[in-house]
Ligand binder design. Sequence first.
Ligand code: FES
Ligand code: CO
Length: 319
Amino acid sequence: MGYEHDVAHPLLRVEELGDAPQALRLLGEDWVVWRDGQGQARAARDQCPHRGARLSLGRVCAGQLECPYHGWRFDGDGRCVAIPAVPGFTPPASHGLAAQPLVAFAGLWWLVPPGSNPPVFAAESEPRLRKLTVGPFDVATSAPRVVENFLDMAHFGFVHEGWLGERSHGEVPPYQVDATLDGLHAHGCRAWQPRSNLQSTEGSWVDYSYRVPAPYTAVLEKAPDAQQGWREGIALFICPQDEERSRAWFRLAVPDWDSSDEQVAAFQHTIFAQDQPVLESQRPRRLPLSGEVHSAADRMSSAYRRWLRERGVGFGVLP
Ligand code: FES
Ligand code: CO
């Protein structure tokens, strides 16, 4: 069992894609991403059908991707439209690439296989919340390990002591986990947070829930705001680069309109820098099928493992 391929995968931030083609890694394969003449992002395997050169080393001319080796050009649909060494020749369909358009969602370009959609993140469509994408964060472990870290409340007092938790408030009160139409929902979660965001000045209990709407996505939702009724949220979107490397972004939908983008990003970077060494120390890097033990506080990650197993994905280590 490996990763699930037939779900939407985030590749890069929308504004990260400029005039040059970009090389990206997804599910152990090399991809090239570029913008066509209409500014629409396109993706294809990063290998020229002519002699196998990496297309991401080439350039984009008038929305067409030009191979660095012999200058063959490909349009947004992947069709080969020019072979400079044979100017009068019209290349047949067999000389093309399998290119596909990317979908913009939550500040990221997504590769979306037919029949699937980007994951659900309700707070994204609340206009009164501020949206900000922070990342990428590269981490040397499998995507499910990163998801579990995001769902894990028992590490706050240790990994994020003084930020998201305190040793003296290490307990994780009981919470519920339900299966939903599209995934998992952990609700009734409470955590003591000394400084849960940039605006907070003193510690408090925070009520929230977690959702896993797709295998490599996790969403934290705060309890609805008493006056305004919105539900702020933070989504973690992960690109599984290969079985032991991941690229992650946070999408914030929060009521904080005062902090600068840089301040919000710096906070997320601080928190992630606390998680990263522990995440990268976990062995095996792929979620094991057995051999780890659980406590009652791990109800959500246990449910996540079961859910992945039912989908037949997510575990790189075979018995
Ligand atoms: Fe790409 Fe020849 S290898 S044009
Ligand atoms: Co953490």
